[in-house]
Design a protein around this ligand. Structure first.
Ligand code: ZN
Length: 173
């Protein structure tokens, strides 16, 4: 690794108590992950780390926006996201305790990389339904969609191509 990883938080060297970290996520964060479904975004991450004798509690607060494709008109737009997540780092060697929100690391571990957590939390914060606010969809696309819907309303004049398909049964596997 040539580049210094800004997402490493200290573990063994961190004093007991509460410590604040802040990360400004920009487009480059997504570009570095070639499997990322998000390519652009701006997210501010405030991380409060509480260091105790046997564990650390990480409170993440995320707020920002990411570029998504509208489910209705297929134009891209920035959708606001906001999220709070808690993650625990326990000191020890018992990996059986590991889970989605718990990592187990040796107490003498130098640092912990939170970049994957932040990426995961951003993706989780994106709403399932990604639609422009009312009135902001691409009007040309909406008009085309409304024309597409018209023929199905006229029962007697079914497009012959669709008529041929009408009796085809689609079987589930
Ligand atoms: Zn739209």
């Amino acid at each position: 690794m040539e580049k210094e990883n800004e997402f490493l938080i200290p573990v063994s060297g961190l004093a007991l108590g509460v410590h604040d970290f802040k990360f400004d996520i920009k487009d480059g964060f997504f570009a570095e992950r070639d499997y990322s479904e998000v390519r652009q975004g701006e997210v501010t991450v405030n991380l409060e780390v509480e260091r105790e004798e046997t564990m650390m509690t990480l409170n993440f607060q995320l707020e920002g926006k990411v570029l998504v494709t509208c489910d209705r008109c297929a134009d891209e737009f920035f959708i606001p996201i906001q999220s709070e997540q808690v993650f625990y780092i326990k000191f020890g060697a018992d990996e059986a305790e590991e889970s989605d929100d718990v990592a187990v690391v040796p107490a003498e571990e130098h640092a912990y990389d939170v970049s994957s957590l932040i990426y995961e939390y951003i993706i989780l914060a994106i709403p399932m339904h990604r639609v422009h606010p009312d009135g902001e969809c691409n009007p040309k696309v909406l008009e085309m969609l409304s024309h597409d819907e018209e023929p199905s309303e006229k029962e007697g004049e079914m497009d012959p191509r669709w008529a041929a398909l009408k009796d085809v049964k689609i079987e589930d596997n």
